[in-house]
Design a protein around this ligand. Structure first.
Ligand code: FEO
Length: 395
């Protein structure tokens, strides 16, 4: 399958409808994904990125149905991660002398992955490559999200090939942003930002401001995953600016795990207190052991505050909560609050462990936390409702 993006610019990637996990098992892809590659035919022919290795043969055959591979003058590797570079060995075995344009870090990464001495040409921000009537202008995007990440801009057609940025794991037959379900699209965009780009938010703002300062006209953004932004591409840039700026909605998310339902009852009672005191808040509850972790992270991303609950086990917390605390520590959320709760039988260290974990993750602790001995009785339930009301006052 190929797809005409614009005259002489063809999508030659792979829509992966089956994909359900990405980055090993680190990222759930409920709606599949796509690996986008683009062929630009001017006086010179350039190929931007490839696809994930399992689809390498299919990719090259598909490309060959469109063009004699020997007519490809340049390969652009915007990003060395395997989902975009995985078909390079197959492709380069057919056209071994064609230069590969990437950043200096890209050369290191590609050599590290494939151990090949291909004809690398390292580029940096502002370097240009003439295709005849148009030029590709390279823009390094270091740590967005790998050291080698890069974008390139095609003059004349005013297209930004943004690689991972502005993308989403979303398989569709629509291909363009105005040809797919908008709720699904933006849900996947937000999940992608929350789970992958949150730690790099300060760099996102800096990079977008840098690119905007070039004052380049922008007709399309061609990402490396999901849709091509052809209708008002600025809308996703604006979303990124908002998401990068310590984003939050009027939401509280309560993430808990429970052994014999005591901590679940606490979670529900705290939620009742929160809602009674602050009807304006959206409150969501998730059992961490039963819910996709990336979906929970997305809800945390949307929240002003989170509650974290676990019963005590072995003087600590249940493993799903330990894992959640570790996850949010790495994501470096900013400007969010957290409170802790948990049921216990004898020693009751879980609340303190949660508070330490939330603090280490950069959350501002509110309240002293609340514990309930054994299964919460009416009095303990009432205390949790009151605790929820008190927390509402701090959110
Ligand atoms: Fe889509 Fe960073 O790879």
């Amino acid at each position: 399958m190929t797809f005409e993006i614009k005259k002489n610019i063809t999508w030659v990637g792979k829509v992966d409808w089956e994909l359900r996990t990405f980055h090993g098992n680190e990222y759930s892809t409920h709606r599949g994904s796509s690996y986008n590659s683009y062929l630009i035919r001017d006086e010179k022919v350039a190929l931007i990125d490839t696809v994930w290795a399992p689809f390498a043969k299919e990719f090259v055959a598909n490309l060959e149905s469109l063009i004699d591979l020997k007519k490809i003058d340049y390969v652009i590797a915007n990003h060395a991660e395997i989902d975009h570079s995985g078909a390079l060995p197959e492709l380069m075995s057919r056209i071994p002398d064609v230069p590969i344009y990437c950043t200096a870090n890209g050369v290191k990464s590609l050599k590290g992955h494939y151990h090949k001495e291909w004809n690398f040409r390292a580029v940096k921000t502002g370097d240009k490559l003439s295709l005849g009537s148009k030029e590709l202008v390279f823009v390094e995007a270091t740590m967005l999200h790998w050291p080698d990440s890069m974008m390139c801009y095609l003059t004349g057609d005013n297209i930004l090939f943004s690689n991972d940025a502005f993308g989403q794991h979303y398989a569709s037959s629509g291909m363009f942003n105005d040809a797919v379900d908008q709720d699904e699209l933006f849900a996947e965009c937000m999940k992608y930002y929350a789970n992958i780009l949150t730690p790099f938010s300060p760099l996102v703002i800096k990079k977008i401001n840098e690119v905007l300062s070039f004052k380049l006209p922008l007709d399309m953004i061609c990402t490396s995953h999901g849709v091509v932004w052809r209708n008002n591409p600025a809308q996703i840039v604006e979303k990124y600016m908002s998401w990068a700026d310590a984003y939050q909605e009027n939401q509280v998310t309560i993430v808990y795990d429970t052994m014999w339902s005591g901590t679940r009852v606490m979670a529900e009672s705290i939620a009742a207190g929160l809602k009674e005191a602050r009807p304006d808040l959206t409150i969501k509850l998730y059992n961490a052991s039963m819910t996709d972790k990336n979906d929970i992270v997305t809800e945390v991303f949307r929240s002003k505050a989170i509650g974290i609950g676990s019963p005590t086990i072995n003087q600590g917390v249940l493993s799903s909560i330990a894992s959640f605390l570790d996850e949010i520590r790495g994501l470096k959320f900013r400007n969010k609050k957290a409170f802790a709760f948990g049921a216990y039988g004898w020693s009751g260290e879980s609340v303190r462990a949660i508070q330490e974990g939330a603090k280490a993750a950069g959350f501002e602790l509110i309240g002293d936390g609340i514990r309930a001995l054994w299964n919460p009785d009416d009095q303990a339930v009432a205390a949790c409702i009151e605790f929820g009301k008190k927390m509402a006052g701090s959110i």
